[in-house]
Design a protein around this ligand. Sequence first.
Ligand code: SF4
Ligand code: SF4
Length: 439
Amino acid sequence: MQTEFTLAQLADPDIADANNILRKCVHCGLCTATCPTFVISGDELDSPRGRIYLIREMLQTGTFSSKVVHYLDRCLSCLSCTTTCPSGVDYMHLIDYARTTIERKHSRNLADRLLRKLLLFSLPKPSFFRFVLLSGQLIRPFHAILPGRLSSLARMIPKSLPRLSKLSVPGRIHKAQGIRQKRVILVTGCAQQVLRPSINDATIRLLTRFGCEVIIPQKSVCCGALEHHMGREKSASFAAKANIKAWDALNKTNPIDNVVVNTSGCGTMIKDYGWMFRNDPKWAKSADEIATMTVDISQLICEMKIAAVHTGKNPVVVYHSACSMQHGQKLETEPIKMLRTAGFKVVGPKEGHLCCGSAGTYNILQPLTANKLRQRKLQHLNETEGDVIATGNIGCLEQLAQRDGDNVSLPVTHTVELVDWITGGPAPIAIKQWQADKT
Ligand code: SF4
Ligand code: SF4
C-alpha cells in the first residue's frame, strides 16, 4: 500500500513503524473472509482491509471523522486477520497505535466516557470490581427493561460470586511436590480472581503436583491489557513497568524459569512488553526478558510429564480457542495437546477461528455485535458431540457461560480445571454439572 507521510511525520518512531506496517498490505482482501465483523455485516469498512485504509487516512491527515472512530471501535482486536494475511501485516500494532491516537486527540460523548472510566477504574482492581459486581446485583433482575448497554451489562453480572481464593494470595510461595523442576511466577488475572478464583487454585495445584514452585507476587498489578486496548497507553505502560520491576526483582533474588499466565488475553499483552518498550532504553532490556520468559500454562504443561489418576468416564471436551490464544499468541496445538495428554477426547466447533464476541470489554462497549457473535459461537459449540466447553481465557469463559434467556448451553470451564481434576484435583463446577446431567 502506498503511503504519503511527510519526513517530519516519519521522524516520529511510532509513525515510522505504522508506515512500515501499512506498506506491507497488498490489498488482496484475503483477511476479510476471516474477520468476524465483516462476516456479520458484509461492509468493507468493517473489515481489516477497510480499517487499514481508514487508519492510513487518519494518520496521514491527522483528522478524525466519527466514521473512522465508529469502524475502529467495532474492531474486536481478535487478530484473526493477522493469522490469515499472507503478507505478514502486523495489524495488532497498527490498530493499537490507532486507538492510542484516537484517545489522545478525539473527544468521545459523555456516556461513552463515563462507561470507559467505570471499566478502567473497576476491572483492574479486584476488590473494587467485586464491590461493583455485588452492587450490580441490585439492577441485574431489571436487565430486560434497562436501556442499551446498561441492559447487556446487567445481564452479564453473575447471580452470585464465589469466595475469595485461599491459595492465590499475594506474597505466597507454594512449594513443589517432590523434586523441584521449575520455579515460576503465576499471573493471577484481575477479573479472573473475582469471577473464577477456582482457575488459579487449579493452576497452583496442578503446577505444584508436577514439580513447580509457584510464586504469587506481592506487587503484581493488572497486566495493562485493558488500558492498552482502550488506547490508554500511559496507564498501560505504567502498569507494565510495575510488573516488570516486581518480577525482575524476584528473578534477581532467586532465578525464575517462567512467568506463567492462565488467561490468554493477559498472556498476549505480557508477551508484547518487549515491543511496548522497544524505544525506551531504560526499560527495553528487562521488558524483553520478561516477555521472553512468559508462557501460557498449556505450554508449560506440555513440557511436563503429567499423569491422569481419574479412572471413571471422562466428558468429551469441545475446545474453544480464544482469539488471544490462537491469533495473539499463535498457540493452536498446545492447549489441545495438554487436554489429550491428560486423557480427554477433544473436538472443535465449526468456525473455530471466529471470535465469541468477548474481546476484553468489547461485549460491554459493543453489545449488539458481541451478542450476535456469542449466539453464533454457542450454536457451533452445542452442535458438536462435546459434553463440556473448555477454554483458556476468562473473558471467553464468561461470554459463553449460561445466561438468563439462553435456550441451551453446555457447561463451560477452564482447560486447566479439567487437567487438575483428571490428575487428582477436585471436580470443577462444569464436571459436576455434566455428572448431574448424566444421571
Ligand atoms: S482484529 Fe478481528 S475484528 Fe479487527 S479487523 Fe482484524 S479480524 Fe476484523
Ligand atoms: S490479507 Fe493482508 S495484505 Fe491482504 S488486504 Fe488483508 S492485511 Fe492487506
